[in-house]
Design a binder for this molecule. Structure first.
Ligand code: SF4
Length: 230
């Protein structure tokens, strides 16, 4: 369900003035997730009717360029296709944030030409996924999403939050072997947040900038366009 609307963002959609729509529900339970309300307690957050979102977008046609769809995991939302069709009809570019667990949905959205940008989290080496997501994962599906996105013909990025107690040099090397040759890769600085699923991340300190620089050096071997997002 649609649970949130950030009416303007200059940072969520690279190069575009956008708004962000938040969809509830996720199939992962990442300890450092700071959208825990969307993952666990979405029943306590009122739904925003789709009609309200579309009316808002109509009123911003000359002011906003893009719409980010985030979560939770938006591909689990059963009304995603009709929603995106309406948004595209208004002339907006659409960016999807995804955890990559649902390649069938990504393929369908690409086939229907409903996406202009995909940002996929590659959270860790695939072997560390169960630890970082606290969930059963399907490596085949994650790899399929990576390949689909790389070959999508649209703009995209892969990104990793540098979770201090999990991400290290070996993890970065392993992630980059999975996304080798990708167009863009971001190492995102971890930020402690009081709403994280696992309370140990409430006050954990991020790694120093030098560590991220070192990780970037390692990543550059396989992904030329690797950047740090602080
Ligand atoms: S950080 Fe993990 S648990 Fe939170 S929304 Fe993303 S995939 Fe789901």
């Amino acid at each position: 369900m649609i649970k949130g609307l950030q009416k303007v963002t200059l940072i969520d959609y690279p190069g575009k003035i956008a708004c962000t729509i938040f969809i509830s529900g996720c199939n992962f339970r990442c300890g450092y997730c700071y959208n825990s309300d969307l993952v666990f307690n979405s029943k306590n957050i009122p739904n925003i009717p789709e009609k309200e979102i579309i009316e808002f977008l109509k009123s911003r046609i000359n002011l906003l360029e893009g719409v980010c769809i985030t979560g939770g995991e938006p591909t689990l939302y059963k009304n995603l296709v009709p929603l995106l069709k309406k948004i595209k009809k208004l002339g907006y570019c659409v960016k999807l944030d995804t955890n990559g667990s649902n390649p069938e949905a990504i393929q369908d959205l690409l086939n229907k030409k409903l996406l202009d940008y995909i940002a996929m989290d590659v959270k860790s080496s695939l072997d560390s996924y169960p630890k970082i997501t606290n969930s059963k994962i399907n490596k085949v599906k994650l790899r399929k999403s990576i390949e689909l996105i790389k070959n999508s013909g649209i703009d995209y990025e892969f990104r990793t939050t540098v979770v201090p107690d999990i991400i290290n040099k070996n993890e970065v090397a392993s992630i980059c072997s999975e996304i080798r040759g990708a167009k863009k890769y971001f190492l995102q600085q971890f930020m402690a947040n009081e709403k994280t699923i696992d309370k140990k991340y409430n006050s954990m300190r991020p790694l120093k900038k030098e560590s991220l620089e070192l990780f970037r050096e390692i990543a550059l071997d396989q992904v030329e366009n690797t950047k740090i997002r602080a």
